[in-house]
Design a protein around this ligand. Structure first.
Ligand SMILES: [Mg+2]
Length: 149
């Protein structure tokens, strides 16, 4: 005889949340090409991002060029990068009326509390410490994209 298992996370997984809008563009900014790839692949693997467009940039200067060129709906940004780092980039964006509402998640190995506070002050919507888990990233993205709570 088999017993029915109680309602669990496993059964919840049968009702996945809907995919994100294919028209959405996600910009991943990190000076590590490997890291950009890891972040993108972990999102694509969830299927919810299967149709979403990804663009990437290797530092803040490049990110600004992308943002000036195409509409971006979500920015995932590293902190430590040459030329223009993530914190400087966020400050620049938040002082520009066009980017005030852009959802920004900082993904970094800067785990100290004062770093988190500094990033939040600069205007990030959320903060994630490397190494990034797929689940952690999805949770942050869901929260940030669902708007202010
Ligand atoms: Mg870096």
């Amino acid at each position: 005889m088999t017993l029915r298992r109680p309602f669990s996370g496993a059964s919840l997984a049968k009702f996945p949340r809907p995919p994100y809008n294919p028209a959405m563009t996600v910009l991943i900014v990190d000076d590590s090409r490997i890291m950009r790839k890891i972040i993108k692949n972990s999102l694509v693997a969830t299927k919810r991002f299967a149709e979403v467009e990804f663009v990437d940039a290797s530092d803040g200067v490049e990110a600004l060029q992308v943002l000036e060129t195409i509409p971006v709906e979500l920015l995932l940004v590293d902190w430590n990068m040459p030329r223009l780092n993530g914190l400087e980039l966020v400050k620049k964006l938040r002082s520009d009326i066009r980017f005030l509402g852009l959802p920004i998640i900082m993904i970094t190995s800067e785990a100290a509390k004062y770093n988190v506070i500094e990033a939040v002050k600069a205007g990030v919507n959320d903060y994630l410490i490397k190494p990034v888990s797929e689940k952690g990233l999805m949770e942050k993205i869901d929260r940030v994209l669902s708007g202010p709570s």
